[in-house]
Write a protein that binds this ligand. Structure first.
Ligand code: CO
Length: 620
């Protein structure tokens, strides 16, 4: 019979990534980490996923130092990270030399267990990372993303037991030390979990671990059925950051199993004290906490399978383009878009890509505007899709794509030139430390900004300062901030500013409200100085314009002034909603003016190009 159940704690990674936009600061985790080390956990997940990006982008905390601190505080607990295969902790595939360097460096900085997954379950995207983990002598936990086509239950032609068992067999052949089922959307139903765990245990001799989310409300039941089926380990976290879109809580699990043959033999009292500490620091983070809904579960996820983080992204994307009223249409469109694209599991980065494409499909017409990332995906740069994309959609998506119109079948990593040397070169004036070289290699823009802050070349921006302590009684309230202190210097107004009429004592005032840090947020992406906002340009009568369909940043122009273009030719690329979108010329003509500069922040409707129409290029 199976031995005691092993438990991995996710409080320091997935739990706050799921509930607090990954904003928990190291200073608030340290006191808990030191105590957690005494518990005897299977592992503690402390790194990876979004924590690397968030620490450098929002918190001005060095993720490498964070990892070393955890190692110091938790010398007796295996430290685990979540690694996105060839995408590491980023949103694109990196070159093999970056993957090897990153894994090796993470191992020496303290990671003992590498939980490695690929969003498409394409094992070729795991091979370089897997070899690097084994080379470092660390535990390789290979991970299967759990997904279903529709309807909430396992089965059907694609995501069935045979599919999952085959994934596990391939991973065993790749020298995995254990297998993880990653149920990122919390859609694994209890009886499906039983069958799935039994099938995976039958397919290999490897330990099997379950990672699930509470999102739909099934997780506690699912974990229990997985335990009955003989699962070796499960993920849970401290109660204050449990449930909702996070993991099941560790405390009830301990008592549920007490005295059974799977008793995890963990002491409840110190865990309750850790929870108290966590409760005491969480009010500071209330601005990142979703508290508007009454329900702690999202029953709709059972049909749309959309992870919680993805929904909040969709909401903020739609809010930025003033189209929040179309959220329901977008939620309906997501399953259609996903089917068109060959059922990619909705996990980073596919969740963002499918979500943003669904937003585009609703706002601008189906596949009228396709992000560069979706083109790359259909072409095969993210790996082998789980199923074939719909032929007409694939054709529409790849039309005019510069790499070609037929998808590739090679391992995507084989197409990427080594990147470490140029990363070393780019930061050598500032640092030769491998920490910094890798930070830059993963995130050239925000990574470089962080490296400059870290080495004291730039101050820590206001919006990256630690949150202010909440007033003692102000639990779950906004941090106390001085509301009326005049600013010594007016910050630039951003495109998020909104005008309001305010009525006071019978008189009307017009005020504009701009969220603090909005302008800087835009500028964060804008590399060159002088990027600023555009001066408003307008086309003359008879001219055509290319306007920004949504707020974003100008990545680059693909034409020059004076150049002839055909209708549909790409004119400018803007980065919006983390995706790159090419905007086409509406007419054949000559480019008269390109008013924006590279890196400029643009608002919806800003004119980015003015075209003087003529006959089709080459015809006259
Ligand atoms: Co997760």
């Amino acid at each position: 019979m199976p031995a005691l159940l092993r438990i991995s704690d996710t409080t320091f990674r997935d739990a706050h990534q799921s509930l607090l936009a990954t904003r928990l600061r190291m200073a608030d985790m340290e006191p808990i980490a030191a105590r957690m080390d005494g518990l005897g956990l299977y592992s503690a997940e402390v790194w990876g996923g979004a924590t690397f990006d968030a620490a450098t982008r929002f918190l001005a905390e060095d993720p490498w130092e964070r990892l070393r601190t955890f190692k110091k505080l938790m010398p007796n607990t295996p430290l685990m990270m979540l690694l996105r295969g060839q995408s590491l902790v980023g949103y694109r595939s990196y070159a093999d030399d970056v993957v090897e360097a990153f894994v090796g460096h993470a191992a020496s900085a303290g990671i003992d267990v590498f939980r490695v997954f690929d969003a498409l379950n394409d094992e070729r995207n795991l091979s370089t990372a897997a070899r690097a983990v084994k080379k470092a002598g660390k535990h390789l936990q290979m991970t299967i993303c759990y997904s279903v086509t529709h309807g909430g239950r396992m089965g059907g032609p694609i995501f069935n037991l045979d599919y999952y068992a085959e994934r596990a067999r391939v991973m065993a052949e790749m020298d995995a030390d254990s297998i993880c089922v990653k149920d990122m959307a919390g859609i694994l139903a209890p009886y499906d979990a039983y069958d799935l765990v039994a099938a995976l245990k039958a397919a290999t001799n490897l330990p099997v671990q379950l990672h699930t989310h509470y999102t739909s409300g099934m997780a506690s039941m699912t974990v229990l059925k997985a335990i009955e089926a003989g699962i070796d380990a499960v993920d849970a976290c401290l109660a204050p950051l449990a449930l909702r879109t996070s993991q099941p809580a560790i405390e009830p699990l301990i008592i549920s199993l007490k005295g059974t043959e799977r008793d995890p033999a963990l002491d409840l009292d110190p865990i309750l004290e850790m929870g108290d500490h966590l409760e005491s620091v969480l009010p500071k983070y209330s601005e990142h906490m979703e508290t508007t809904r009454a329900a702690v579960i999202d029953a709709k996820v059972l049909s749309h399978q959309i992870p919680g983080g993805m929904i909040s992204n969709l909401v903020s994307q739609l809010r930025e383009v003033d189209a929040l009223d179309r959220l329901d249409e977008v939620l309906d469109e997501i399953p259609r878009t996903r089917k068109d694209l060959g059922y990619p599991p909705l996990v980073t980065p596919m969740s963002q890509m499918v979500g943003t494409q669904a937003v585009s499909n609703v706002l601008f017409g189906r596949y009228k505007m396709v992000s560069r990332q979706i083109k790359d995906y259909v072409y095969g740069l993210y790996g082998r899709p789980v199923a074939d994309a719909a032929p007409d959609v694939a054709k529409a998506v790849l039309e005019g794509y510069e790499r070609g119109q037929s998808p590739i079948t090679t391992r995507p990593g084989d197409l990427i030139e080594p990147e470490m040397e140029s990363a070393r070169e780019a930061v050598k004036e500032l640092s030769t430390d491998l920490d910094d070289v890798l930070t830059y290699a993963l995130y050239p823009t925000t990574g470089m900004r962080f490296i400059r802050i870290k080495h004291g070349l730039d101050p820590v921006p206001d919006e990256m300062q630690p949150p202010i302590e909440a007033a003692a009684a102000g639990r779950r309230q906004a941090p106390a901030q001085p509301v009326a202190a005049p600013l010594s210097q007016a910050p630039p107004k951003s495109s998020r500013a909104k005008a309001f009429n305010v009525y006071l004592d019978g008189r009307a005032y017009r005020v504009e409200v701009d969220p603090v840090g909005s302008a800087q947020r835009g500028a964060a992406h804008a590399a060159p100085a002088g990027g600023g906002r555009l001066t408003l340009k307008a086309p003359a009568a008879g001219e055509a314009a290319v306007a920004a369909p949504m707020p974003g940043i100008v990545s680059r122009y693909t034409v020059e002034v004076g150049q002839r273009v055909d209708a549909g030719d790409a004119v400018v690329v803007i980065e919006s909603m983390k995706m790159e979108n090419s905007l086409p010329s509406p007419v054949a003509g000559t480019v008269r003016e390109l008013p924006a500069s590279q890196g400029a922040t643009v608002a919806k409707g800003d004119i980015l190009a003015i075209i003087t129409p003529v006959g089709p290029a080459g015809s006259g």
